[in-house]
Design a protein around this ligand. Structure first.
Ligand code: GLY
Length: 371
């Protein structure tokens, strides 16, 4: 099976995202050049470690690296100040030095947490991402955003810290449960919806093949998303402009996550799925895109088994005012007015600044929230 290498062109901080099947067996050879001190701390999701840890560690050791493993409990709760304190303490107890390397081995939670720990541990050490969920492979492991959550919202405390390498081993997705796979697919659809109508067409025709992990379809989908993300990140690393488009569906979605809590009742990708459908419906309601495009976006999301509406969510009916208050905590919000990623068409998202909270409130009432 072929491998694809996508460069993220960030000058002195440039790196490659390697996409292919069976990469963890080759991880030692791929990672060793980034680790002259030959010492690695693998920060692993405990469930991922139980399934795949032995193969990764075997490969690292076969390349002459000394390996320590720290496991992190699965679930969003680990992406917290408590989780960060515990991880930092364990890294200090190991005596990891600045010249050593950290490897994040897991989904978005571990990638974001370990990445943030790498950003601040002894003022920063190098790290490699080995994402093990579809969501992490197509989005969170690429681009250097690292963060933890607080009870006030997602990803509010964090740093930009680019990895030295990303290994997206597609065979690891074989053990991912279908719900997690669908949740990752929401981020895949997001790329088509925000900037590539032809890719969206392809996804409409290949949803079942990607979700079934058919190797060629999966590899094409992941490589297309990573290539788009790499281009956007290279252009706008710190989200001064175009990178914000990657947050399509996230302002609506994060508000739901903050309201429901981060305990797995609503997965991040599911929140993004509803958020993308809402972003298109809101765009149509504002006369920015056609109702037909909003319906097409919604149908593609629903066709992959993802939710598109608030109805049926735990906590419904939500208070519209509380959802808007969460949106005001969003990192894109400025001076009380809201910023949303909205759409002119499928594949044509744009940043809408100074969106009137009253218009969002009215839209949410129309979506079934209560005043
Ligand atoms: N997940 C959005 C970004 O990396 O910018």
């Amino acid at each position: 099976m072929t491998q694809t290498s996508v460069p993220v062109g960030l000058g002195g901080r440039a790196y490659d995202v390697i996409i292919g099947h069976g990469l963890i067996e080759q991880a030692g050879a791929a990672i060793a050049p980034f680790c002259p001190a030959r010492r690695v701390a693998v920060v692993a999701d405990a469930s991922v470690h139980a399934l795949h840890g032995a193969r990764l560690i075997g490969s690292l050791q076969a390349s002459g690296l000394k390996v320590d493993v720290i496991t992190v409990p699965p679930g969003e709760a680990s992406k917290s100040f408590e989780g960060l304190a515990s991880l930092s303490d364990q890294l200090l107890a190991l005596g990891l030095d600045r010249g050593d390397l950290m490897v994040a081995f897991g989904g978005g939670v571990v990638g974001d947490l370990a990445g943030f720990a790498a950003a601040i541990y002894k003022r920063g050490i190098d790290f490699v991402q080995i994402p093990t969920t579809l969501l992490a492979q197509v989005d969170s492991s690429v681009g250097g955003k690292t963060a933890i959550d607080t009870p006030r919202g997602k990803n509010l405390i964090g740093a930009f810290h680019q990895p030295r390498l990303v290994l997206a081993d597609l065979s690891l997705l074989d053990t991912l449960n279908d719900r997690e796979m669908r949740a990752g697919f929401a981020e895949v659809l997001k790329y088509g919806l925000l900037g590539d109508a032809a890719f969206f067409d392809w996804l409409e025709a290949n949803t079942a093949a990607v979700l079934a992990r058919q190797p060629e379809a999966l590899s094409h989908a992941v490589a297309a998303c990573v290539a788009m993300k790499a281009q956007i990140v290279a252009e706008d690393e710190r989200e001064a402009g175009r990178r914000a488009l990657l947050n399509l569906g996230h302002t609506f979605g994060h508000a739901l996550e903050a309201e429901i809590g981060f305990d797995g009742e609503l997965l991040h990708g599911e929140a993004v799925a509803i958020g993308c459908a809402q972003a298109f419906r809101f765009s149509a309601a504002q006369g920015l895109c056609s109702g037909q495009d909003a319906l097409r976006a919604e149908r593609a999301i629903a066709a992959s088994g993802l939710p598109t509406q608030l109805s049926g969510l735990p906590g419904m009916p939500f208070e519209a005012e509380r959802l808007v208050a969460h949106m005001q905590q969003d990192k894109k919000a400025q001076g009380g007015s809201l910023t949303f990623i909205l759409a002119k068409a499928i594949g044509a998202a744009f940043t809408a600044k100074a969106v009137d909270p009253k218009a969002v409130f009215a839209f949410l009432i129309g979506e079934g929230a209560r005043p």
